[in-house]
Write a protein of this length. Structure first.
Length: 347
């Protein structure tokens, strides 16, 4: 998971706990080093929420001031979603203490960060917003661009590799004079503090990450049934590792954000997943759909729903889908009115 190294500072604690979860020894063509525990499709949701939340923030501050962003609501959504995935895994799968510790650490750090930002933006930021028409200053417009650049980056790379130092330099290349001086100088201070602290903290985490964790495997091994050669043309990142009986193949697909795109292409081509990362049971999928009763998927169940706090007409729905039905579920969601497949959680 792309955010995992964010909690390197907790490595001393996790070392005292159980090591990686045991993956059942099932008869599978997937090499053992590429198999991952089923519980991880659930437990990666809180990490990815820390991608979804900044994405919502970036979209919001493109047209509204940060003081109105629901920081507290996002903290509550993080912990409620963790409770939902914890309840879904605690009795059904082997314990994964390392992952739970990681979630607790990133959740606590996000709670503190959002709490500080809420307090500052509610008191200081709101006062200076009242002196201007948002986003009239160079600094506000720059902050909105950097927020979107950050989201685009963390979908594929660890957050600590983002160039916060470069963003800080861009803040100080904006003009010092002009209209809305109070807001300009206040934003310079706020952004300097934020980007400066994150640049230092990110550098520390980067060094600690390289010392504490090996590189995560960059691919997810899958068994695809009803394979057709046209699929290879659509998926240049896919590598067929072995041909299996009954028109199936063992193949590698890129992980994380790219896996969702690949899974959608597999479904559109009429192929199907027989196994993902050694799993033939269930996989978590989230979709953004209109508010109200969510689309019903055969063989799938709704684990939880979350309103999109800045877009009341939309909600996030987390589905637990059998791996064998994933292609059908993705086609159904893509065909549903105003629905978007947000993420397929590839363990």
């Amino acid at each position: 998971m792309i955010l995992k190294a964010r909690i390197v500072l907790a490595s001393a604690l996790t070392a005292l706990l159980a090591a990686s979860p045991v993956v059942p020894d099932v008869e599978s063509p997937t090499p053992r080093e590429h198999r991952r525990g089923t519980e991880q499709t659930f437990l990666t949701f809180p990490e990815w929420f820390l991608v979804f939340s900044p994405a919502e923030y970036a979209a919001f501050v493109a047209h509204d001031g940060p003081s109105a962003f629901p920081f507290y609501g996002h903290v509550a959504q993080f912990w409620r979603s963790y409770r939902a995935v914890y309840d879904a895994t605690k009795a059904a799968y082997p314990p994964n203490q390392e992952y739970h510790v990681m979630i607790a650490v990133i959740g606590t750090s996000t709670t503190v960060e959002y709490g500080v930002r809420l307090a500052y933006e509610t008191i200081i930021g709101r006062i200076t917003e009242l002196t201007t028409t948002y986003p009239s200053t160079e600094e506000d417009r720059l902050a909105a661009r950097v927020s979107q650049e950050y989201v685009d980056f963390i979908r594929v790379r660890p957050w600590y590799e983002f160039d916060f130092a470069g963003a800080l330099g861009r803040v100080w290349r904006t003009s010092f004079w002009g209209g809305d001086l109070l807001r300009k100088w206040e934003r310079k201070y706020a952004l300097t503090t934020e980007y400066g602290l994150k640049a230092v903290y990110g550098w520390v985490i980067l060094k600690a990450s390289h010392a504490s964790y090996g590189e995560a495997l960059p691919v997810t091994m899958v068994v695809i049934g009803d394979y057709n050669e046209g699929l290879a043309a659509d998926l240049p990142d896919m590598k067929v590792v072995a041909r299996l009986p009954n028109r199936a193949v063992l193949a590698s697909l890129p992980r994380y954000e790219a896996f969702t795109r690949c899974a959608l292409l597999v479904a559109r081509r009429g192929a199907r997943f027989e196994e993902i990362a050694g799993n033939r049971s269930v996989i978590l999928v989230t979709a953004l759909v209109p508010s109200g009763p969510p689309p019903t998927l055969s063989d799938a169940r709704v684990l939880f729903t979350q309103p999109i706090l800045t877009e009341p007409q939309r909600q996030r729905v987390a589905y637990v889908v059998p791996v064998a039905s994933l292609d059908e579920a993705l086609r159904h969601l893509e065909g549903a009115r105003a629905s978007t497949v947000e993420h397929v959680f590839d363990y």
